[in-house]
Design a protein around this ligand. Sequence first.
Ligand code: SF4
Ligand code: SF4
Length: 276
Amino acid sequence: MNIAILSGKGGTGKTTVAASLAVSLSNSQYIDCDVEEPNGALFLNPKIESTAPVKVPVPHVDGEKCNGCGICSKTCRFNAMAVIKGKVVIFPEICHHCGACVIACPQNAITEEQREIGVIEADGEGLFLQGRLNIGEPITIPIINELKQMVRPDAPVFLDCAPGASCTAVQSIEGCDFCILVTEPTPFGLHDLKIAVALVRKMGIPFGVVINKAMEHDRSIQEYCKNENIEVLMEIPYLREIAENYSKGVLPAQINNEWKERFVGLYDKIKGGVAS
Ligand code: SF4
Ligand code: SF4
């Protein structure tokens, strides 16, 4: 079962929930899809045993064959090519690797060459995976796609997504069985939860909410979920004990057996089909 953990905004406790599920369920797979800033390893301490480059094809122009006609730059929908004074200029960072310019060139002057944009790191068993985008690269999708090809069919899989509702998050949750939306009882938390809810509803993926830093005096998230008929799957209270342990890299599920059982129960609840 593939469960994506996402949030409308950063800092709500998405990795706390994803990593807590991973440590609570034996032989589960944790995949850090937050490729611009993966941080699950800080809590899970995996022994990284393999690093594989992620490469994408980008166009290369043969100056001998090119006549400067400009058809390639007119074809590119992403403005990744320009023809200036008869010479083709390529902006590889914003190329979306569609290959349209290669097909369009009447002189057959364009070929593709491979360009590394990041890496995938894994432990020995492939139960911990993380993508890491090279600094300055703007396009994350190829790394997400490669990570998702490594999903184990025989294990509970937890995909720790990038915050927000960007295409990185969309690509990460695509095809997942369930989404956990992690939020916190603040105006920003509620605002961005609504965006995440709109996203998963549009994609037709079952989902539920986990409230992190839950406080008795603020029931705004619970009220919103009640009005929207959304299941609140778990509340993690705003406790000093949890915050202190977190600051030392200790997850709630590692504090004691009771918390671990709560995360096992969260997984069982989702698996049992208690979903919105
Ligand atoms: S379409 Fe081909 S020939 Fe025309 S400018 Fe582009 S690379 Fe050169
Ligand atoms: S491969 Fe596609 S996105 Fe990249 S430069 Fe060519 S047309 Fe543009």
